[in-house]
Design a protein around this ligand. Structure first.
Ligand SMILES: [Zn+2]
Length: 327
């Protein structure tokens, strides 16, 4: 299908931009002849052209189940069109977001600039200024699955094609891949924030710190900003501001080797990654630094609560995603 091939190309492009997507985060979908093709749980958008990462679902069946608050919507596995599913994979844990947007193409990203607004206590009001002229809605934070579906349903209006998900990210929708890409670019341009420059990294000092340990310096300069930016660690060390942070890095950020965390931010020096850390760890560390470099000292932020974190990490669909080697 030509449009699905176009979506694969856009997915790979979006998935290769660390300011939009990190590791297995973000997902895209296409509705065609009653089938909703969506990125599989735990796969990376950047791989969309290298391998088959799309799972077919019965869209009408999901919508009927959502109308009844059916618990099957938590994973949406029951709605997979097994007759068409060549991968055998499960659908994204964020499938309900895509189902509820009526447009054919939906692109959901963990856009760093959007998150930098969406974690602010005054995020909705400030975004209203930035997104004036867009048909958009702000969705207060809710765990993906049924809770997020309920939050979207209660704020959805006809014509809305941009959703900002509080403490989470952005979704845009259109009837063609080309139009979705153009809309994404317009929204990102509207919400782009100034970024503090990342400090230079002393790689020799980092190598010395790692000698004889199962750690290595982070590969990307931007990741080290988590330890060297004056505000990044201060804001992120003890709190969680969006789901993928806690899912991959745990609560806050480790600043010592104690207990062998996958990522250690050595204050003022740089970030170290454990040799056996999942490939998602460094992109997630960089994402936190990228978000926090777009937040100022006076900005009042809203962190996820302990209950939010419990509901997320103990959610079965999320546990499944964590068992996948690809993440
Ligand atoms: Zn998401």
């Amino acid at each position: 299908m030509v449009e699905l091939d176009r979506l694969r190309a856009l997915s790979a492009k979006v998935g290769s931009d660390p300011l939009l997507v990190q590791a297995a985060g973000g997902n895209t979908s296409l509705k065609d002849a009653g089938v909703m093709w969506i990125k599989a749980s735990g796969t990376w958008l950047k791989d969309a052209q290298a391998r088959d990462i799309f799972v077919p679902l019965d869209h009408a069946a999901i919508m009927a189940a959502l109308a009844k608050d059916d618990p099957a919507c938590e994973s949406c596995v029951a709605f997979v069109r097994t007759d068409l599913n060549s991968t055998g994979l499960r659908p994204s844990i964020e499938t309900t977001v895509h189902a509820l947007m009526p447009q054919r193409v939906v692109v959901h990203v963990h856009c760093v600039n959007t998150i930098a607004w969406a974690i602010r206590a005054d995020g909705e009001q400030r975004l209203a200024e930035k997104l004036a002229g867009f048909d958009w809605a702000f969705i207060p934070y809710a765990r993906p699955g049924l809770p997020l579906a309920g939050a979207i349903s209660s704020r959805m209006r006809p014509g809305v094609n941009v959703l900002v998900l509080g403490n989470h990210g952005l979704a845009v929708a259109a009837d063609t891949v080309e139009a979705a890409e153009a809309l994404l670019a317009r929204v990102v341009a509207a919400v782009t924030r100034p970024v503090r420059p990342a400090a230079a990294v002393d790689r020799a000092a980092l190598e010395k710190l790692c000698a004889g340990t199962p750690y290595r310096p982070a590969r990307m300069d931007e990741t080290h900003a988590l330890a060297t930016d004056p505000l990044a660690l201060q804001r992120g060390e003890h709190a969680v501001f969006y789901p993928d942070h806690v899912v991959f890095l745990g609560v806050g950020v480790a600043t010592s080797f104690e207990n062998g965390p996958p990522l250690v931010a050595v204050p003022g020096v740089g970030v170290l990654i454990k040799d056996d850390a999942k490939p998602a760890i460094e992109p997630m560390g960089r994402c936190l630094a990228d978000v926090m470099r777009r937040v100022e000292a006076q900005d009042h932020l809203t962190a996820l609560t302990e209950d939010d974190i419990d509901r997320l990490v103990n959610w079965d669909a999320e546990k499944y995603r964590q068992t996948l080697k690809v993440t």
